[in-house]
Design a protein around this ligand. Structure first.
Ligand code: URA
Length: 252
């Protein structure tokens, strides 16, 4: 659908609507190599090539952002008291309509996707999509073979039934930690599942969604734009029981 030039520049985070008008009037914006005449000029996003001050603007209909969520920040769009994940976005990635696709608890860290694509978020979060999420939990006590069986069989807690989940114990000095893989996203799910087997989660970090891993170069609070192949990885399944499906030291 054709769009006004100033609206296009604003939606792509180039500048504010007012600044867009100034840029165009200063002759600094081109459409397909021809100087734009008016901020109201129409263009076809994704088809017409737009440059502003000599820089080509790569059109993105939607943004898909990977964030390394730090502790102490809410997975929400706004809150009166606590900072939200949207407050952490750098200006270049801020855009109207962004929201976290799914929630991590305030004290949970790790991989969070922020997007403005509602259909994508719905597909990622729907239990029907069978998208697995991998967490590393620091626990009050080591997991037992009985816990692993209980998770595999599906746990009920406080009237809620959780779908079967995979629990991986860790050896030696790491015995108080475990990996857990779930495909639902019920409220406090991992914490409640451990509670149901008499354990307690002390720290929780999400490492992977589908086949998309948290980028180890992202410090807590940092984020990056995802490319199409990376968002597609969210919906790719590891083969159950394959070596690729087992958490590795790189997951820590
Ligand atoms: N399960 C939890 O208990 N908390 C989270 O933040 C995510 C999964």
């Amino acid at each position: 659908m054709p769009e006004r030039l100033d609206k296009f520049l604003t939606s792509q985070n180039v500048c504010s609507r007012k600044e867009a008008g100034k840029l165009v009037r200063a002759g600094l914006v081109q459409i397909n190599g021809v100087q734009a005449q008016s901020p109201a000029q129409k263009l076809e996003p994704g088809r017409d090539r737009v440059t502003a001050e000599g820089q080509e603007i790569l059109y993105r209909q939607y943004l898909y952002i990977m964030m390394h969520k730090p502790a102490g920040v809410l997975s929400a769009t706004e809150d009166r008291q606590a900072p939200t994940v949207l407050d952490l976005l750098p200006p270049a990635l801020s855009r109207r309509g962004l929201f976290p696709a799914g929630r991590l608890d305030k004290n949970t860290t790790g991989l969070l996707i922020i997007t403005d694509d509602g259909d994508f978020a719905h597909r990622m979060l729907s239990p029907k999509s069978h998208v697995y999420k991998l967490y590393r939990a620091l626990l009050e006590r080591p997991v037992s073979p009985e816990d692993i069986n209980a998770f595999a069989g599906g746990i009920s807690q406080g009237g809620t039934a959780f779908a079967p989940a995979k629990l991986y114990a860790l050896p030696g000095e790491e015995a108080n930690a475990a990996y857990v893989e779930i495909r639902e996203g019920k409220f406090h799910q991992v914490k409640r599942m451990f509670q149901a087997v008499g354990n307690q989660v002390l720290e929780l970090k999400r490492l992977k969604i589908g086949r998309l891993r948290l980028d180890p170069s992202l410090e807590p609070g940092q984020c990056k734009l995802l490319e199409a192949a990376e968002t597609a990885a969210i919906f790719q399944q590891d083969m159950a029981g394959s070596a690729e499906n087992s958490p590795s030291p790189g997951d820590v």
